[in-house]
Design a protein around this ligand. Structure first.
Ligand code: NAP
Ligand code: MG
Length: 495
């Protein structure tokens, strides 16, 4: 039975929160005693003290990971056995759904209605999907001179570091550790300092599931921990989700150290194009509101640029305003809240400064535009502006908050030109009733995912997720994600 607002509040007052790092099968404080406060953005209350991993913890974790990988206790398990342990891990995530969802909601301000239905079940599904995949894919026997046998196989890469953001803390982490662990690697997870709680809790569940010590470790801390991992000479691969700026630093650090493999899932400024032959304006407007306001707009795929054809602009905006009202923020612990709190003060100030910038550049406010519930926490109204020019600041920079830029266009050519005129290429959408237009436009949009007459569909693990251009390289999800965590090997045997 789903809990009520009052029941979630009661649960939150009694939950025990672990804040220590998890190294070699044990929770530990930082040796130098450093810690930082974990704050609930909806109330300003301190939730826990979190261990801040330093050089000592990074060295310990890498040594433990290296040993656990090299002894073969994980990488050399039969795939079926590794899969069984991972399925147990997935089942434990599901069993602890409410606890993990509550931690995520308290830590990051995300609505409990979402963390219970999307984030936590999504993480369990990801682990289970990769667990089920690994005994079903094999290598190749390559055509070669008959005096030889030629095998092409994939094997685990070794020690993998995963550095993840705060917008979907458990889910983005699972997109890394699901395939990385399934492929047989040892993994060190660095959650964002803004949202470390679920990662820390997961470590104990991983151990309970039977994942050997040193194979799943968690190092909380700030960007300095990520940098140490990126620079480390004994880490074989770093998988990152976060901003394009930090992604570039990680790529440079990897290049300067040991050329560890680098996989980057970065930012976006995704266009959602509504053509005047859109099949259903009301549904398109509701979807457009969800595309920007879901998760407070803290979405890498946020449909943050709405391109609407001139002749339907007024009808579209009227419907959009109605839909936006449904996202008015409220207590994240209330299952009825459309949006929760902005993750922290830094992000909150950043979003408000973009709203000010839009106003000062002359954008026309359609809805929202201010902070709300300022006596309790960090809440911002669902906000949209009509932008007279596609080069206004809020049309170009990733805001990562509930702020939409609406841009009009005359014809399809202009829409495609504006849509692709960005350094990013994570996602895009087009709304049309014409199947030919749908195919032609999707083909020309430079983005890793294109939706037609929908947005944010495809929670299925089968679809690769990632970006063109400066939205990154490589893909999370799907069997292609396994490739990131393996090396290819050719073995030639003379008969
Ligand atoms: P961020 O500031 O780039 O941080 C991401 C992670 O990197 C955090 O764990 C952060 O630690 C760490 N970090 C910071 N500086 C580092 C450094 N110099 N070296 C190594 N690691 C470092 O991004 P964010 O603000 O957390 O997340 C928002 C961004 O993520 C947006 O741009 C969004 O589009 C992107 N995102 C992309 C996807 C995707 O799949 N493409 C999905 C979700 C989010 P601290 O937070 O502790 O400083
Ligand atoms: Mg927090």
């Amino acid at each position: 039975m789903a809990r009520t607002h009052a029941q979630w509040k009661a649960f939150s007052s009694e939950i025990q929160i672990e804040g220590r790092a998890f190294i070699d099968g044990q929770y530990v404080n930082a040796a130098d005693g450093r810690s930082f406060d974990c704050i609930n953005p909806a109330t300003g209350d301190k939730l826990a003290s979190i261990a801040w991993a330093g050089e000592h913890e990074v060295e310990q974790a890498v040594t433990a990971a290296r040993r656990a990988f090299d002894n073969g206790g994980w990488s050399d398990l039969p795939p079926l056995a590794r899969g069984r342990i991972l399925k147990r891990f997935a089942a434990l995530i599901r069993e602890h759904r409410d606890e993990l969802a509550l931690l995520e909601t308290l830590d990051a301000g995300k609505p409990i209605g979402d963390t219970t239905t999307v984030d936590v079940p999504g993480a369990a599904y990801c682990v289970e999907w990769f667990a089920e995949a690994i005994d079903k894919i094999g290598g190749e026997v390559a055509p070669v001179d008959p005096k030889l046998v030629g095998l092409v196989t994939r094997e685990a890469i070794g020690v993998v570091a995963a550095v993840v953001p705060w917008n979907f803390p458990i889910l983005m982490a699972s997109w890394k550790f699901g395939p990385a662990l399934a492929a047989g690697n040892a993994l060190i997870l660095k959650p964002s300092e803004k949202s470390p709680l679920t990662a820390i809790r997961l470590a104990a569940l991983a151990k309970q599931a039977g994942i050997p010590d040193g194979i799943f470790q968690v190092l909380p801390g700030a960007g300095d921990v990520g940098k140490r991992l990126a620079m480390h000479m004994d880490i074989d691969c770093i998988a990152f989700t976060g901003s394009t700026g930090v992604g570039k630093l990680i790529a440079a650090d990897a290049a300067q150290s040991n050329l560890k493999r680098v996989w980057l899932e970065l930012g976006g400024k995704s266009p959602n194009i509504v053509l005047s032959d859109c099949p259903d304006i009301a549904r398109a407007a509701r979807t457009a509101a969800g595309a920007i306001f879901y998760n407070m707009g803290e979405m890498c795929t946020a449909g943050s640029r709405l391109l609407v054809q001139e002749d339907i602009k007024d009808a579209f905006i009227a419907e959009f305003k109605k839909a936006a009202a449904g996202f008015y923020p409220g207590d994240p612990l209330d299952p009825a809240s459309g949006m929760g709190a902005i993750v922290d003060r830094i992000q909150y100030d950043k979003v408000l400064s973009y709203i000010d910038k839009a106003k000062s550049e002359g954008a026309e406010l359609v809805c929202g535009g201010k902070a709300t519930h300022t006596d309790t926490g960090l809440f911002i109204e669902p906000t949209a502006f009509v932008c007279q020019r596609p080069d206004m600041t809020i049309c170009r920079e990733e805001i990562f908050g509930p702020v939409l830029s609406i841009i009009t266009f005359k014809d399809v050519e202009e829409a495609i030109r504006i849509a692709n005129d960005t350094e990013y290429g994570l996602a895009a959408a087009v709304w049309t009733s014409n199947v030919t237009t749908a195919h032609q436009v999707s083909r020309r949009l430079r983005a890793g995912t294109v939706w037609v007459n929908c947005y944010d569909e495809g929670g299925d693990m089968n679809f690769p997720f990632g970006g063109f251009k400066q939205s990154g390289n490589g893909r999370d999800k799907s069997l292609h994600a396994l490739e990131k965590y393996t090396e290819l090997k050719s073995t030639l045997i003379k008969l």
